[in-house]
Structures are given as C-alpha cells and as structure tokens.
Write a protein that binds this ligand. Structure first.
Ligand SMILES: [Zn+2]
Length: 136
C-alpha cells in the first residue's frame, strides 16, 4: 500500500530497530510507496513512511530492491558530495565512499552479502543513514 511520506525531523532523527519476518508487509508497503515516488527519489528508508525498522529500498536501473537490516562491513574511497532527500528541501554536503560491502537480508529474509560501487553505493549509504536517524 502506498503510504504518506514522513517529514517530521524529530521522528526522522530517531534510530530504527532491526526488522523481523513479521515486518514483511512493511517491506511491501515501502516498495509500493517507493515505486509511487520514483520520479522524485532513488531510495527510501522505512522511517520515511513512519516505521522505525531497518528496511531500505534502492533503485538499480529499472529495478527496485529491498535490503533488510543492512550493515556496511567495508568501505573505501571517501569523497565529498551533495545530496537531496525526499524528506527535506534542498541539498546538503556529505561524505560518501566509492565502494562498500553490505550484509543484509533480502525480501525473503535470506542472508545476502553484496559489493556496491558508485551511484548505487551512494544511495545505500544515504538510506542506511536514515535507519540510524541521520538525515544527510
Ligand atoms: Zn533521504
């Protein structure tokens, strides 16, 4: 189901907790909401639809995928950039890493490990920040 986008900075500043299989509907709702907002964003975190769980969704070309309880295990190649956010107006400076490795669960709650570079890596870092209560 498509949900409303949360803009409350106090809510967005709170840390999310790990999701369990009982949260499968939230994963579906987040993907639905993300797909309804693809013109405006390249990723979303569950707290952006008002749910403080560690679930993010990321665009990769024509596809969108979910990462549940994502943890960055390696990062390299720091650089400075600027990002915007669906929950904010304007852009802000931030530090990102060119290459990251991530442990996460897929939509079926199977353990996965992925290596990401460039744009996809940047989106994942932005969305994981949301899970930690960091808005850019
Ligand atoms: Zn954002």
């Amino acid at each position: 189901m498509v949900k409303k986008i949360m803009h409350d900075p106090l809510f967005l500043a709170q840390k999310s907790v790990d999701a369990t299989e009982a949260d499968k509907q939230i994963v579906t709702d987040l993907l639905d909401t993300f797909r309804a907002n693809l013109e405006h964003c390249v990723g979303m975190a569950a707290n952006m639809i008002g749910v403080k769980k560690n679930i993010i969704v990321v665009a990769a070309g024509p596809f969108q995928f979910a990462m549940i309880n994502p943890v960055i295990t390696k990062k390299s190649g720091a650089y400075q950039t600027e990002e915007g956010c669906l929950s904010l107006k304007g852009v802000r400076p931030c530090t990102r890493y060119q290459e990251i490795e991530v442990d996460y669960l897929d939509q079926n709650f199977k353990k996965q490990h992925g290596k990401y570079t460039g744009w996809t890596a940047q989106i994942i870092q932005h969305e994981i920040d949301h899970c930690n209560g960091i808005v850019i």
